[in-house]
Design a protein around this ligand. Structure first.
Ligand code: OAD
Length: 320
């Protein structure tokens, strides 16, 4: 069996998957942080799951926000900043194209980074299970204020500190090399930023009054519009997804870049199976499967940014 020289997927798996995919109508994809790892964004678990000395998941709770709103906002402001610096990768674009070509394909994303939206994934076919970093809402129980917000930093106190520019005249630099390096770095804004995800770089404590405040009730703090541990998924989203799953047999469930450990999101794989779906997993880690794989499932090991466009190539007509 011939495979293209650039292929990273075993040829037999690619062939059986492609043959099946061509006959698929109703397809659902579950996305996790791994798809955006290909765009340089950190995941939640394993390497990259620590932010400063904090387990990233421990900051994603209402209790953490109540106790240390400044720290939690610093974490989310950093994530907003990183997400805005990143670009969607070929996997995001490939899934967006599949959605344009097949209106019976829906994507359930656990990601809050906005990269699928920026890859022009049709919005009606994209369900954000965990909300988005670029929506904020009031924490006051009696206030329903919410807004889309892409301002970075959202308030001045959350600006990522800069390293000193190093533009002071140097008596020892006879070649000007040091000075031109410093000027280059000063022009490239991101290279002068302190890496505040590294606990060895101190950060200032941000006072409550300097955090984003609700303009409507003028009483509550604003918080990121993401779903935290212990909170329900957005009701409207769940209703739409449940309706779609119940509407008929599901042919295929793609599980891309997720440890599939967080419920209820991971439960959708089992729901798709109960509607007849075969499952295709794309992950760097062969142990990260949503339960046991069944006969007839596929596991594609590797970087989602490479694998996803390759396995969808025959139906979307693009790869790289
Ligand atoms: P995790 O950090 O739990 O898992 C990321 C998965 O991506 C792991 O299985 C990695 O092996 C895999 N991975 C890493 N790089 C990859 C790459 N380049 N290509 C393919 N796979 C790769 O992230 P999620 O599964 O998204 O929820 O976590 C689910 C939820 O838990 C998140 O939405 C978040 C988190 O806590 C909330 O904040 C509510």
């Amino acid at each position: 069996m011939a495979s293209s020289a650039k292929s990273v997927v075993p040829a037999a798996d690619l062939q059986s998957f492609t043959e099946y995919l061509r006959g698929c109508k109703r397809i659902v994809a579950l996305l996790g942080a791994g798809i955006s790892a290909s765009s340089g964004l950190p995941t939640f678990r394993g390497a990259g799951g620590l932010w400063r000395s904090h387990d990233a998941t421990s900051l994603a709770t209402p209790e953490a926000f109540d106790e240390t709103p400044g720290l939690v906002w610093q974490f989310y402001s950093y994530r907003r900043h990183m997400a805005l610096q990143a670009d969607p990768n070929k996997a995001h674009y490939a899934l967006a194209e599949l959605a344009r070509r097949n209106e019976d394909f829906i994507t359930l994303s656990q990601n809050v980074d906005g990269l699928s939206q920026r890859a022009n994934h049709p919005v009606k076919q994209l369900h954000l299970l965990h909300g988005t970093l670029f929506n904020v809402k009031c924490t006051n129980f009696y206030c329903n204020y919410t807004e889309d917000n892409y301002t970075d930093p959202i308030v001045p106190a959350l600006e990522i500190p800069k390293k000193s520019s190093g533009l002071n005249p140097s008596a020892t630099d006879k070649t000007g090399e040091q000075a031109s390096k410093a000027i280059g770095e000063a022009l490239d804004d991101t290279s002068t930023e302190v890496d505040i995800s590294d606990a060895s770089n101190p950060i200032a404590t941000v006072a409550r009054e300097d955090l984003p405040q609700c303009p409507k009730c003028e009483d509550g703090l604003l918080r990121p519009g993401v779903v935290w541990f212990g909170e329900p998924l957005p009701e409207k989203t769940i209703r739409a997804v449940d309706k779609w799953i119940a509407a008929g047999p599901v042919d295929l469930c793609l599980v891309i870049g997720t440890s599939a450990k967080v419920f209820p999101a991971a439960g959708y794989v089992h729901e798709a199976r109960s509607q007849g779906a075969r499952v295709a997993v794309c992950n760097m880690d062969p142990n990260d499967t949503p339960g046991e794989l069944h006969y007839g499932d596929w596991f594609f090991q590797g970087d989602a940014g490479v694998i996803v466009p390759e396995i969808l190539k025959s139906v979307i007509g693009i790869s790289d």
